[in-house]
Design a binder for this molecule. Structure first.
Ligand code: ADP
Ligand code: ZN
Ligand code: MG
Length: 480
């Protein structure tokens, strides 16, 4: 950024809670069903229908809030957020306003020095976490018509409002990635951006470096891609700097990201902003939290990704590797399981990152791996024992991928075991030295680099099956 300016960014993230049924009725939340097939009097807002809070939605919301170190209120209140839009049959969204489920807290965002190790840990403040329900979906261009699908109407969401603590587009994108990652580790959200499971509103302002007051912000609404978020913020920072540098003023307004044009565009100004006329929803009683229940949620929190990364770094992995291996909960579980069986985190990490992750696929919280942790651990143990070389391990890996074959069986069936019979190797080495007397003489005269030539000859002779370590040792002994 140009020296005198500092960017200030605050994000409001909407995450879809991973419940089977909707927030206030029993309709299914399954994605991709025929339009308007998952609806009932409550989410269609038929007169007289009454909402009842989904206990699982509350559990997941509380779990997220606790993992964000947020304070859960003993009593919170559902409020109506009134606005008119065709995808909102009730004419209001059920949300929480003055008394949200949780307030305060932070997300720890880990980065690392790209040149090497240190794990850099930073806290980004959380303002509040509250529960709300989602709207339906308008679809345009059906033979000139616009139609609405209400399957999504009433889906439970949490909104996580962040403090204006972020200072660059990259930092904001990293915050989003790690928040998504945390919610996925908690099983609170499937993190599926394409299906809209995570969306954010981005608030951006700039100010003079060193100022403590915040500048006037603009808000970019409903961004569902981290790449879009990063580009939109970059654009918006540059735009605002240009406005202020030329003596203008930033107008508080809502803007949208036009990815094709690569720019944000004005949508509506503060004067045109909605007045949501919030008021407590008379159909829903205040939400009272039982302290014992809350303690249970706290006790049931799993190991958080930040703690897992720290554990991996303490076990000898680089901060980079720890980040890669915790990038998806299923990958982290796979890695952990393989480490328990094998015992050397660095060896397991290298193989998982270079081979297994390349071939595995993830879909939401699910993942498919080419091998099991057991197969992987057995494979690496064959290398440790000198039965096969590291290069052969990749070949065995390809052979066992997507099968339930054991690595040891493959090595046996393919006759791949390394030649590590000392007597047999000594005979071969001696013969090769004899056949290359000149080279042997120069080695003995001090040109020790020629050892590589001998190793190559032995490997050729044994068609790659000799243990390289053993060959080196024998050749050195025979040549000295
Ligand atoms: P709303 O958007 O509903 O009016 P708030 O005024 O509480 O709600 O702001 C919501 C978000 O905007 C928060 O994430 C906050 O960090 C961020 N924010 C507020 N003021 C600024 C600012 N001047 N610059 C950047 N972000 C801001
Ligand atoms: Zn319903
Ligand atoms: Mg906002």
């Amino acid at each position: 950024m140009t020296a005198p300016w500092e960017a200030v960014i605050g994000l409001e993230v909407h995450a879809q809670l991973l419940t089977r049924s909707k927030c206030f009725c029993a309709c299914s939340t399954a994605f991709g069903a025929p339009p308007n097939s998952h609806v009932c009097p409550v989410c269609l807002a038929l007169p007289g229908a009454l909402p009842v809070l989904n206990a699982e939605a509350l559990r997941l919301a509380a779990r997220a809030a606790l993992a964000l170190h947020s304070r859960i209120a003993p009593v919170s209140v559902f409020a109506r957020k009134n606005y008119f839009y065709p995808d909102l049959p009730k004419g209001y969204q059920i949300s929480q306003f003055e008394l949200p489920l949780a307030s305060g807290g932070w997300l720890q965002v880990d980065t690392h020095d790209p040149k090497g190790n240190p794990l850099i840990q930073r806290r980004v403040g959380i303002t509040r976490v509250h529960i709300e329900d989602d709207a339906g979906k308008n679809l345009h261009g059906f033979g000139g018509w616009s139609v609405v699908d209400l399957n999504r109407a009433g889906t439970p969401l949490i909104e996580i409002v962040g403090e204006p603590d972020l200072r660059s587009a990259e930092e904001a994108a990293e915050y989003l990635r790690q928040l998504r990652n945390l919610l996925m580790f908690l099983g609170v959200c499937d993190g599926n951006l394409e299906q809209g499971s995570l969306r954010c509103d981005i608030n951006v302002s700039i100010r003079k470096q060193g100022d403590s007051a915040l500048g006037t912000r603009t808000e970019i609404k409903n961004v569902n891609s981290f790449r879009f978020a990063q580009h939109a913020i970059q654009f918006e920072i540059a735009r605002q700097i240009a406005v202020l540098s030329s003596g203008g003023r930033v107008v508080q307004e809502t803007r949208g990201w036009d990815d094709k044009a690569g720019r944000t565009v004005s949508q509506r100004s503060k004067e045109e902003a909605h007045d949501y006329r919030y008021f407590p929803d008379p159909d829903l009683p205040p939400l009272r939290i039982d302290p014992e229940w809350l303690q249970k949620q706290q006790d049931e929190l799993p190991e958080l990704p930040v703690d897992m990364r720290k554990r991996f770094v303490d076990a000898g992995l680089s901060a980079y590797a720890a980040g890669v291996l915790t990038s998806h909960p299923a990958v982290a579980r796979f890695f952990d399981a393989a480490c328990k069986l094998h015992g050397d985190p660095t060896r397991v990490a290298n193989f998982v990152m270079s081979e297994v992750m390349r071939d595995s696929t993830t879909d939401g919280l699910e993942a498919r791996f080419t091998v099991s942790p057991e197969q992987l651990a057995q494979l690496l143990k064959l290398v440790d024992a000198g039965t096969i070389s590291g290069k052969q391990a990749k070949e065995v890996y390809s052979a066992i991928a997507n099968t339930d074959h054991s690595p040891a069986d493959v090595v046996r069936d393919k006759g791949m075991a390394q030649l590590s019979d000392v007597g047999e190797l000594e005979t071969i080495c001696a013969r090769i030295i004899e056949q290359n007397a000149k080279n042997a003489a120069s080695y003995r005269a001090g040109k020790t680099a020629i050892l590589g030539f001998f190793v190559g000859q032995v490997m050729k002779e044994t068609r790659g099956s000799a243990s390289p370590a053993l060959v080196n040792e024998i050749l050195k002994r025979l040549l000295s």
